[in-house]
Design a protein around this ligand. Structure first.
Ligand SMILES: C[S@@+](CC[C@H](N)C(=O)[O-])C[C@H]1O[C@@H](n2cnc3c(N)ncnc32)[C@H](O)[C@@H]1O
Length: 382
């Protein structure tokens, strides 16, 4: 079967590697995703194990079109009634790039009509639409005159790992957090610190990675609603994955200035059984001390949206820069921000800037290598 796994832009190469280890064939990297040929096992496995994918789509039909009616006819040819029962709820969404179609809503409606008509012709009954929490998601992808109809094997997006019981404003998506940990090249041995942990996404993803805890183990997937769902194969894969989980000592530290964020992170860490691995504190980054003479900082600081917020942040940046220089020499620090002047604000120069998208926000993951002596440089500058 032909599959397409989507992911946040900037993480495609990591997703490529995951698919390669699952024996995917004809693997090809695209902007925001990876296409490959696989079987049912690899589709189940990728949904269960991927740290970076957002969804895994199975291709049902593809070709060229000139009009909305061509797309309706193409969707009518899919044997929907062989894929899922009529009592399942459905939702169709469309992504369109450079098409001449007048209305995306109209074409989405035509695909939904085709699915319902296929069922109606056979059973005089049609599936209901549920736009909020459908059992079956269908994606129509259009580019110029080409179309692809996919069924979503993931259902809810894969970044929903079901461990975030409590959240805060602006949490990171879990797959982007996993990408940041991988980009930091943390080796699971040295200390890892998130000094503005919010709901705890970065430290939780880091611990899961180090302990081989797979992200999809506690959730349902879209394919659970398909006729061909193979419970035994799925269960077998899960058992094998569970056996890969390991025990090891980790030095992960998390802290946040905000009491509510601290409580949310504590609940989420507990929910995942990661309390023995992550030490959490309710403190300002400005008062932090390094727990070791080397380690890795990963951080998703607040972004200033309004002008007054940005001005206030600028003052904070300078303080954070001083803490990094004074307390964290010998460490590497990774900050994700949409503010391209972030390094200047810290008064540090970034040794690497990796483009990443946090939702629609064009961001960079800034790397700062804190070498001994940068504090002296700060004093000279002042
Ligand atoms: C964008 S949120 C982090 C979201 C987090 N990555 C998550 O996934 O939930 C930024 C966090 O930084 C915290 N924060 C802001 N200034 C801080 C400071 N000076 N010291 C420590 N935490 C701070 C806020 O309380 C907030 O929880």
């Amino acid at each position: 079967m032909s599959l397409f796994a989507t992911c946040p832009r900037g993480l495609e190469k990591f997703l490529f590697n995951e698919i390669r280890t699952l024996d995917g064939q004809k693997i090809k990297v695209h902007d925001g995703g990876v296409s490959f040929n696989g079987n049912q096992d690899s589709m189940y496995s990728l949904n269960l194990t991927s740290r970076y994918a957002t969804r895994v789509l199975k291709r049902l039909s593809y070709g060229q079109f000139k009009s909305e009616n061509d797309l309706y006819q193409a969707a009518m040819k899919v044997k929907w009634d062989d894929i899922f029962p009529v009592n399942k709820t459905i939702k169709v969404s469309t992504t369109s790039i450079k098409t001449s179609l007048k209305s995306i809503d109209f074409v989405t409606l035509k695909i939904k009509d085709a699915i319902c008509d296929v069922f109606n012709q056979k059973y005089k009954q049609r599936p209901n639409v549920d736009v909020r929490d459908p059992d079956i998601k269908v994606h129509l992808f259009l580019e110029k005159n080409n179309y692809i109809i996919y069924i979503d094997s993931s259902g809810k997006p894969l970044y929903q790992r079901e461990y975030r019981q409590k959240t805060i404003e602006a949490p990171l998506k879990e797959n982007l957090a996993a990408g940041i940990i991988t980009l930091s090249e943390w080796d699971f041995k040295v200390p890892l610190l998130d000094p503005m942990c919010g709901s705890g996404t970065l430290p939780i993803e880091a611990a899961m990675m180090a302990l081989n805890i797979y992200p999809g183990m506690n959730r349902m997937f879209g394919f659970h609603h398909w006729y061909d769902f193979d419970k035994e194969v799925f269960h077998k894969i899960k058992v094998q994955l569970k056996e890969k989980q390991i025990e090891k000592e980790l030095h992960i530290y998390a802290s946040d200035i905000d009491r509510q964020a601290f409580n949310a992170a504590s609940t989420n860490i507990d929910q995942m059984g990661l309390k023995p691995y992550i030490r959490i504190n309710n403190r300002r980054f400005e008062t932090s001390n390094a727990p070791n003479d080397h380690g890795v900082i990963v951080c998703n600081p607040p972004y200033g949206v309004r002008l007054d917020e940005s001005e206030k942040l600028l003052e904070s940046y300078q303080l954070w820069g001083s803490v990094l220089k004074k307390e964290f020499s010998g460490w590497r620090a990774y900050f994700i921000s949409n503010d391209m002047a972030f390094p200047r604000g810290l008064r540090l120069s970034a040794s690497k800037k990796t483009p990443l998208y946090n939702g629609a926000l064009d961001c960079r993951l800034f790397e700062f290598v804190m070498v001994a002596g940068s504090n002296r440089k700060l004093k000279q500058e002042n």
